[in-house]
Ligand binder design. Structure first.
Ligand SMILES: C[S@@+](CC[C@H](N)C(=O)[O-])C[C@H]1O[C@@H](n2cnc3c(N)ncnc32)[C@H](O)[C@@H]1O
Length: 226
């Protein structure tokens, strides 16, 4: 199983770089490069955040924090945060400390250290495109979907967003094409084979009421656990 330090993203998601994340990625890149502005991604959280929530691949926790504020203290009872890297977990844990989050430093492609059928929502926001795929696209990320299905209660909500490459559904502007190619070469992204069609197939194999939309080259999904 890969651990933090084995993978290229571990160099990016450190205290040194992550301080720029909110502005560079969430404010600028979501809008100008990936075609799905931050407020849309926050709305996704607001629509789906449940009282017992797990966030996987937490980054800085900014959008989760914004959505949790609008849900109010009663809207979120139990918060779990899982990430392979220590610094995002620390930062997000501090940002959301009012919920006394439980943190797990673990690989999202391994077995999540959480009980079966316990959570009301799981979110993977802007994470799947960073996970390694052995050249197989979403099929190599299947265990992620298995784990989300396992930990959710029936009817619980799985939601998230990921950057995809499939034409004609994903519209990549010239900047998106260049950055995606550079990030894939440096293995900061592994999404050159990720398509919204395959994403839908992985979701439909495990969940009901699957909704997938593509804005720019960002696929957004919402689905219910069986
Ligand atoms: C692009 S950030 C997304 C942050 C946040 N969810 C957001 O929407 O702004 C990707 C996050 O996934 C984490 N990550 C990358 N690979 C991972 C893995 N194999 N297992 C768990 N977390 C991982 C990184 O440490 C980072 O916090």
């Amino acid at each position: 199983m890969p651990s933090a330090g084995d993978q290229p993203t571990s160099v990016v998601y450190t205290d040194r770089w992550i301080r720029y994340y909110d502005f560079v990625v969430l404010t600028l890149s979501t809008r100008l490069v990936w075609g799905c502005p931050e407020p849309r991604l926050v709305d996704l959280y607001k629509r789906n955040l449940g009282p017992r929530h797990l966030d996987v691949g937490v980054g800085t926790g900014k959008m989760l924090d914004t959505a949790a504020r609008s849900a109010g203290r009663a809207g979120l009872d139990e918060l779990h945060l899982l990430d392979i890297n220590a610094d995002p977990l620390k930062l997000t844990g501090q940002r959301l400390r009012r919920f006394s989050p439980i943190t797990y430093q673990a690989d999202a492609l391994g077995t999540w250290p959480l009980e079966d059928n316990t959570l009301s929502s799981v979110c993977a926001s802007l994470v799947l495109h960073t996970l390694p795929d052995d050249g197989r696209g979403f099929a190599a990320k299947a265990s992620f979907f298995d784990q989300a299905a396992r930990v959710l209660v029936p009817g619980g909500r799985f939601f998230g967003s990921t950057i995809v490459s499939d034409a004609p559904f994903a519209r990549r502007n010239p900047l998106a094409r260049v950055l995606m190619s550079v990030y894939n070469r440096r293995e900061i992204f592994t999404n050159s084979r990720d398509s919204s069609k395959d994403l839908r197939a992985e979701l439909e194999a495990r969940f009901t009421n699957v909704r997938v939309r593509v804005r720019g080259c960002t696929a957004i999904w919402e689905a219910d656990a069986r």
